[in-house]
Design a protein around this ligand. Structure first.
Ligand SMILES: Cc1ncc(COP(=O)(O)O)c(C=O)c1O
Length: 366
């Protein structure tokens, strides 16, 4: 039996190590995970309660249309209910867009490095992926426009970006939108929207109403809303685009616990505000510590920071792991010497910074 030959060149996505695995493998009792950009505060108690209630009814299939959540989001975002598509995480919205718009003869434009799923999912489709290097750790939108051809169907823009935490501004995006052809889908991945919004960060939902452009805005309940384990995200698009994305999804792609919890989380604005405030305040502590250590990093509009250890980052990663702190080592992204650390609870961040200081003395600088 032979599978599709183009699948042979795909390297599977390697997620951050789970806490239990590290405890088991290294015999550690306390492990801190700052590797997957999760919200350390735990879910909203209202979401947990809603899930407990929904758990009594899991003998039934979920509502394939996510009616209540759709109504709530439609109201919150001021978009028609039909302009929303739900996914098993916002990851699934990426896959749905490729399903609906991309054939093997088409091209997809992605930055490099950026969130790896765009590249992997496009390769699974058999499409050609055009990569455009970041400039100073930031998306080069002009460079992305330059590689667009008649065969291009989708451009992915992580805003803010993962793993750099940088973002494209309103003015930069406006200039890009002026030049992008109507038949190229602009996929705005805003997984970190709640941490980033404000100032010159662009508000993109209004762009989805444009008839002369094709835009999907993807957001998630995994990050600031603290529901990563449930897998629920959504896309916002003009109703014809949302309609076709809805056509290609599985009928019950979002489970009933996720729907109930997301609705409750959406209504718990105090929990969201506390989550965003924690990141804002603790990030300052990281910056001060890195500045004090003369370690460079990319200023971040997200809940994580990309850090140049100026050392063998695999060794730094390993040292941290053995001391019970999981971060992400970035050489698979082509970022040699870098780690990515996400903001945890205050005491977790203190513990990371203490062990990181030690690591810098143990692993020789380049
Ligand atoms: C830029 C970006 N997009 C999408 C996702 C996927 O999030 P979800 O949990 O909604 O699938 C992530 C998760 O790390 C991300 O960093």
């Amino acid at each position: 039996m032979k599978w599709k030959p183009h699948l042979d060149s795909i390297k599977p996505y390697k997620p951050g190590k789970p806490i239990e695995e590290v405890k088991r493998e290294l015999g550690l009792e306390r492990v801190i995970k700052l590797a997957s950009n999760e919200n350390p505060m735990g879910p909203s108690p209202a979401a947990v309660e809603a899930m407990a209630d929904a758990a009594k009814h899991v003998n039934r299939y979920p509502d394939g249309g996510c009616f209540y959540l759709r109504q709530a989001l439609s109201k919150k975002l001021s978009v028609p209910a039909d302009n929303i598509v739900f996914g098993n995480g916002s990851d699934e919205i990426i896959v749905l867009a490729l399903h609906a718009f991309v054939d093997p003869e088409n091209e997809v434009v992605v930055a490099s490095p950026t969130f790896l799923i765009y590249h992997i999912a496009s390769m699974i489709k058999g499409a050609k992926v055009r990569t455009v290097p970041l400039k100073d750790y930031k998306y080069d939108l002009e460079g992305m426009l330059e590689v667009i051809t008649d065969r291009t169907r989708v451009v992915f823009i992580a805003n803010p970006d993962n793993p750099t935490g940088s973002y494209v501004t309103r003015a930069e995006l406006e200039s890009f939108m002026d030049k992008i052809p109507e038949d190229v889908l602009v996929f705005m991945d805003e997984a970190y929207y709640e941490y980033a919004s404000g100032g010159d960060y662009p508000e993109t939902v209004p762009l989805t109403a444009r008839e002369d452009r094709s835009v999907v805005v993807a957001r998630t309940f995994s990050k600031a809303y603290s529901l990563a384990g449930l897998r629920i995200g959504y896309g916002i698009a003009r109703s014809d685009i949302a309609g076709v994305l809805n056509k290609v999804r599985e009928p019950f792609n979002v489970n009933s616990l996720a729907q109930a919890a997301a609705l409750a989380a959406l209504e718990d604005s105090a929990h969201l505000a506390a989550s965003v405030a924690l990141v804002r305040d603790e990030k300052k502590k990281f910056y001060a510590a890195f500045d004090g250590l003369d370690i460079s990093y990319v200023p971040s509009r997200t809940n994580f920071i990309l850090v140049d250890t100026e050392r063998d980052s695999a060794k730094v990663y390993d040292y941290l792991l053995r001391r019970g702190v999981i971060v992400r080592e970035m050489s698979a992204w082509g970022l040699k010497g870098f780690i990515r650390v996400n903001i945890g609870l205050s005491e977790e961040n203190d513990a990371f910074l203490e062990v990181f200081r030690e690591a810098l003395t143990k692993v020789p600088a380049n």
